[in-house]
Design a protein around this ligand. Structure first.
Ligand SMILES: *Cc1c(COP(=O)(O)O)cnc(C)c1O
Length: 418
């Protein structure tokens, strides 16, 4: 049995330097939202901005808006707004397409820069789309030009030279594992890869906006990330791509669309890539969606990402501590690293009934998610998750476990999206 000291949690919220940021967000009524690692919540400013783009710009100004409202530069403007969040100097980040598509572009470009080397090394438990993109490229170019090797995370850390060596063209690493929340020491792995002449592509899907990232300082070569998780850009919002300045001049990505041309409005029949980050663009940017991203990013104005990280750790440690005070806790096996520095901003628990428990939580307005085979994930978004939220979430979980309400048949029904 346990009882949660809500007065103490309220005090922690009161002392929280990020507490005021919560007011920027639309928090669904009576809801504890622990799924910002999958789809971040909407800010009030985002709703206003989308209305403005639709009702005023598009409706009144039509095509003139490309110039009048600077739509044409939105991908670069948003890219430069994301840049400081991921430790990049201006001119190296642009907003476009999805992580998947951007990965295809940077993978191809990186392999081309490495003529001779053909091996792409990644982790076995990487997010599937990352591996699929390498597999697709390998099918297109042939195994002789691009071959994927996947390695266990522990093995790559324990014996980096065995897997990242003079045969390696590209290392594709996701900083935070989507299933376990484990965080890889990127700086160290990048240094190792560079020492043997390999290039590194970093996937920041679960990092951008959740913790400090230092792409320039780590000397990453390329990076991709999405804007709909911790950056709160909206469902399917356009992603971002980073190319280190030193590679821009020699860059050659294969999805050579007119927006990546040196002079898109010259309508030249022959492709001539822009020698700036704009080369990463392919077709016409999705302005309504990108405007939402632009507005959502304003929530990060004045935010110290070190503070975000500290609060993320404090929230996750609080969750573990409160959970541990209940008898049912032993049935939840935490598969995330015990050391918070080795985690992202989520906790994952293995439980035989994880799916049904997750459904029961959602019915109780505690939004978590489920990942196969049997993991319950809870994400912490320091800009809007409060310490009180964690108390309420654990209390509602406790009620579900103690009453075994998750055993009801309606919670066993599998939905298309988990
Ligand atoms: C969420 C996520 C993706 C999603 O890719 P999309 O192309 O945006 O659908 C890719 N990689 C990782 C590591 C992710 O966590």
């Amino acid at each position: 049995m346990s009882s949660i000291d809500f007065a103490a949690l309220a005090e922690r919220d009161h002392a929280d330097p990020l507490a005021a940021k919560r007011n920027l967000f639309r928090i669904p009524t009576d809801t504890i939202y622990l799924d910002g690692n999958s789809l971040g919540l909407m800010t009030h400013a985002t709703a206003t901005r989308v209305q403005e783009v639709v009702q005023r710009q598009w409706a009144n100004d039509g095509i003139k808006s490309w110039n009048q409202h600077d739509w044409v530069n939105l991908p670069s403007l948003v890219g430069d707004k994301i840049a400081p969040i991921i430790g990049a100097a201006p001119g190296q980040v642009i907003c476009c397409d999805s992580i998947s598509v951007n990965l295809f572009k940077v993978l191809s470009a990186a392999i081309k820069l490495q003529d001779g080397r053909t091996q792409v090394v990644s982790t076995q438990d990487n997010f599937p789309t990352d591996l699929y993109m390498v597999q697709g490229l390998s099918q297109l170019l042939g195994e002789k030009h691009c071959a994927l090797t996947t390695v266990d995370e522990n093995a790559i850390l324990e014996q980096p030279s065995q897997f990242i060596n003079e045969h390696t063209a590209v290392v594709l690493l996701t900083e935070v594992n989507f299933r376990t929340g484990r965080r890889l020491p990127l700086q160290q792995l990048i240094a190792h890869a560079h020492a043997v002449g390999a290039l590194v592509i970093v996937d920041l899907a679960h990092s951008a906006g959740a913790m400090p990232v230092e792409l320039d300082a780590w000397q990453a070569d390329f990076a991709v990330g999405c804007t709909y998780k911790y950056l709160n850009g909206g469902p399917g919002a356009p992603a971002f791509v980073y190319v280190a300045k030193r590679h821009l001049q020699r860059l050659n990505q294969p999805l050579a669309g007119w927006f990546g041309h040196a002079q898109p409005f010259a309508f030249d029949p022959v492709y001539q890539p822009a020698d700036t980050i704009k080369q990463m663009l392919s077709g016409t940017p999705s302005i309504i969606a990108m405007s939402a991203v632009d507005a959502a990013l304003d929530a990060f104005t004045g935010v110290d990402l070190q503070q975000v990280r500290e609060k993320s750790i404090a929230l996750s440690e609080l969750f573990l501590e409160l959970l541990a005070s209940y008898d049912f806790a032993h049935a939840f096996e935490c598969i995330s690293p015990a050391d918070p520095r080795a985690r992202g901003s989520q906790l994952s628990f293995a439980h035989d009934d994880a799916y049904a428990i997750c459904q029961a939580l959602i019915e109780a307005n505690v939004i978590a998610d489920f990942r196969a085979p049997n993991y319950l994930r809870v994400g912490f978004t320091p800009l809007y998750t409060s310490y009180t939220d964690i108390g309420v979430a654990v209390e509602r979980l406790a009620a579900i476990m103690q009453e075994e309400s998750y055993r009801a048949p309606r919670f066993q029904q599998r939905h298309a999206v988990t």
